[in-house]
Design a protein around this ligand. Structure first.
Ligand code: GLP
Length: 248
């Protein structure tokens, strides 16, 4: 199902509502969380839901999708720092995991992380952003669709964009949840906003499924919700009628 909403605020509010509903129906859900600019307002809205007791969080299992290798959680470029600043400092203590990448053995951490996801029963709900090169999590173009949590080399375009976003240099490697792990989620919500995502959204949803565009694998997921603002939906609007996923 595709929902085209007016702007980033509406996309993020809808995502926060989906998360709240999930936790009302299944309080002990395992939920995968993305980072980046797109979900910032989702976390703001969700923290408000939690504070006003719309949702209880004592049984939930949150997992982040990825983390840069070599950063401590107090480094302001790390996703651990991002999550604390934007969500976890605003709500009561919850069960939350993010790959621990300040380690000499990131491969082992990737294995352990995958095991922890499995022990939690896999993701009930997985929120995803999308990179302009089609990456999901940090699964860059060329990543096998059968990948589980692993160490990933970031593409130069990702490094360039994320460096610009953060305003300082970032590591060249990350640990990311794999594509198979993502595809095993019982429900996936893909979020995109802004004109810079229009091309990749149209490629991911309308073009051939290929590892060269990791997000295209989502066409095969049986329970996919896509939340777009008007700008990121610009190139699929005209093809809406031929698009099998769009809501009639
Ligand atoms: C980063 C993250 C992804 C995120 C993507 C999009 O590289 N690893 O998980 O989805 O960028 O970020 P933004 O929302 O800022 O466009």
């Amino acid at each position: 199902m595709i929902k085209i909403l007016k702007n980033l605020e509406e996309v993020d509010l809808e995502a926060a509502r989906i998360l709240a509903k999930q936790l009302i129906l299944k309080p002990n859900s395992a939920v995968a969380l993305p980072t980046g600019l797109t979900p910032l307002k989702m976390y703001e809205a969700f923290a408000n839901f939690a504070r006003s007791k719309i949702v209880e969080l004592k049984d939930v299992h949150f997992f982040n999708l990825d983390e840069y290798i070599g950063l401590t959680k107090s480094d302001s470029s790390s996703y651990a720092y991002y999550m604390r600043a934007n969500l976890f400092s605003k709500i009561a203590k919850v069960d939350h995991r993010i790959p621990k990448t300040n380690t000499l053995d990131p491969e082992k951490e990737a294995l352990d992380y995958e095991k922890a996801i499995r022990s939690a029963g896999g993701f009930d709900l997985c929120f995803l952003g999308i990179g302009v090169d089609g990456h999901i999590g940090f699964n860059e173009p060329g990543t096998s669709f059968s990948s589980v949590t692993h160490v990933a080399n970031l593409h130069s375009s990702t490094i360039e964009r994320n460096t610009k976003q953060i305003g300082k240099s970032i590591p060249r490697k990350a640990i990311t949840v794999g594509i198979k792990t993502i595809m095993n989620s019982r429900r996936i919500v893909l979020m995109a906003v802004g004109i810079e995502k229009a091309k990749v959204i149209s490629q991911a949803l309308l073009d051939d499924i290929t590892p060269e565009l990791p997000a295209s694998v989502l066409q095969l997921h049986p329970n996919l919700t896509i939340l777009l603002d008007e700008e990121s939906a610009q190139k699929i609007n005209s093809s809406a009628n031929e698009f099998h996923l769009i809501n009639p």
